[in-house]
Design a protein around this ligand. Structure first.
Ligand code: FAD
Length: 402
């Protein structure tokens, strides 16, 4: 039976995340953001709330909750700051849920369990300086040598790139297929920060999500044991797309939280600021912006909830999750722009949070499939064109796993 009510467990979870983020992070976020400082002390706090393994089964060290819980946590975290939700996206969505689906039992014990318990932090590394939407352009290679692979290459724009302990890394293991730009030559590997030949740094010139770490790393003949190959050789592209189905779900729910934050800040401001003798909320054009935020919030929320509902049942959701991500991130950009507008010049200063929302929302319109790539995917479904094209919105993940 269809129900729009959250369960008691879901309500309590959302409340506890809201209270924690409101108490522990909200009062400091302005300073962290201005200082461009990622605070690693946030990670153990999130771990103690069970967030770092929220939808990982208890047997693998997680909290054993479902996808709706993951979405709710993502929404509440991004209500306070995007950097918090990004942790959920890469650590839980892109990495841990992918290991749960594709990892061997040994990989789950060695990597998933400590990640779910929050003892180790994980991220996902697909992007390279010359390969973003066009995944076929990867330059990183994995050369097989006996029972090891030697990985060489550079990964760019990696969330928690200078922080995480474990990375899910994608590389061409078939050099002939690399020449032909054939994604069936890509494989997935677990790389540890501590492996010899690995070095990382932080991207300092970023202008949004400033309280979050975004980095790059280089691998020079990094020796990866055979046991760290995820899936089979050549399954890397499918695994990368499967991971994006999980990650972009958290992005969609997070963008929904950002719209809510814009709406709430705008309502508060519209009731305090007066022009022409009345609160600005009395002006119809201001009302229109607030009403648009409300409709964008509700529509975005329904979209990610539907996607989570499909995920809970193990049903395919690439199209639905892509739509949720596309719609909500574009709507969050509109909401943040209008929130700044409603605040007038005050919106253009760091004294109010809406400027931070505006800077933060843009990245989500770019990562985990750009707005344009998502549009292509939605149109291709309708037109019946190839949906297995090797961009960041491909379907083949569904060949193997839900
Ligand atoms: C803050 C931040 C965090 C990130 N974190 C991660 C991470 O943790 N891991 C990771 O792997 N990556 C991460 N990324 C990288 C992100 O996924 C890529 O930036 C994204 O996939 C786009 O790739 P690109 O930047 O190379 O743009 P490009 O692919 O070069 O695209 C440039 C422009 O061309 C458009 N375009 C490209 N191809 C087409 C087409 N076929 N049709 C129409 N338009 C097209 C795009 O939509 C875009 O507007 C992050 C990025 C940011 C900004």
């Amino acid at each position: 039976m269809l129900s729009f009510d959250l369960t008691e467990d879901h309500r309590l979870l959302a409340q506890s995340v809201r209270e924690w983020a409101g108490r522990e992070v909200a009062p400091r976020i302005h300073d962290l953001d201005r200082a461009h400082r990622f605070d690693p002390a946030i990670l153990p706090q999130m771990a103690s709330l069970g967030l770092l393994g929220i939808s990982i089964p208890v047997e693998y060290g997680g909290a054993g909750m479902d996808y709706i819980a993951l979405g709710l946590a993502s929404e509440e975290l991004e209500y306070v700051d995007t950097s918090l939700r990004v942790i959920m996206s890469v650590h839980v969505g892109l990495n841990s849920l992918t290991l749960l689906a594709w990892g061997t039992e040994d990989q789950k014990q060695r990597y998933l369990v400590p990640q779910a318990q929050g003892r180790k932090i994980a991220s996902y590394a697909l992007t390279e300086p010359s390969a973003g939407s066009d995944v076929r352009g990867l330059q990183t290679v994995a050369i097989k040598k006996g029972d090891r692979y030697l990985l060489t290459g550079e990964k760019m724009w990696i969330s928690l790139g200078d922080v995480a302990d474990h990375f899910l890394v994608f590389a061409y293991s078939d050099l002939e297929k690399k020449k032909q730009r054939d994604t069936s030559g890509i494989s997935a590997f677990i790389v540890e920060r501590g492996f010899k030949g690995f070095s990382s740094g932080t991207l300092e010139e970023k202008w949004g999500i400033l309280a979050g770490n975004t980095g790059f790393f280089k691998m020079e003949d990094v020796e990866i044991p055979q046991e760290n190959l995820v899936g089979r050789e050549g399954e890397g592209f499918k695994i990368a797309m499967f991971a994006l189905d999980q990650g972009r779900y958290t992005v969609a729910a997070g963008a929904t939280g950002l719209i809510r934050a814009c709406r709430d800040a705008s309502v508060t401001y519209a009731k305090t600021r007066k022009t022409f003798g009345v609160e600005i909320g009395e002006h119809q054009l201001v009302k229109e912006m607030i009403a648009q935020m409300e409709s964008d919030y509700e529509a975005s929320r329904l979209l990610w909830l539907r996607s989570g509902w499909l995920k809970n049942q193990g049903r395919r959701n690439t199209k639905e999750t892509g739509l949720a991500k596309w719609f909500s991130t574009v709507a969050s950009e509109r909401a943040a722009s209008d929130a700044v507008q409603i605040h007038g010049a005050n919106g253009y200063s760091d004294e109010y949070p809406v400027g931070r929302f505006y800077r933060n929302c843009k990245a989500a319109v770019i990562y985990e499939g750009t707005r344009e790539i998502h549009k292509i995917m939605q149109a291709d479904y309708l037109l019946g064109y190839r949906t297995d094209r090797p961009t960041r919105c491909s379907l083949p993940a569904w060949e193997g796993k839900a």
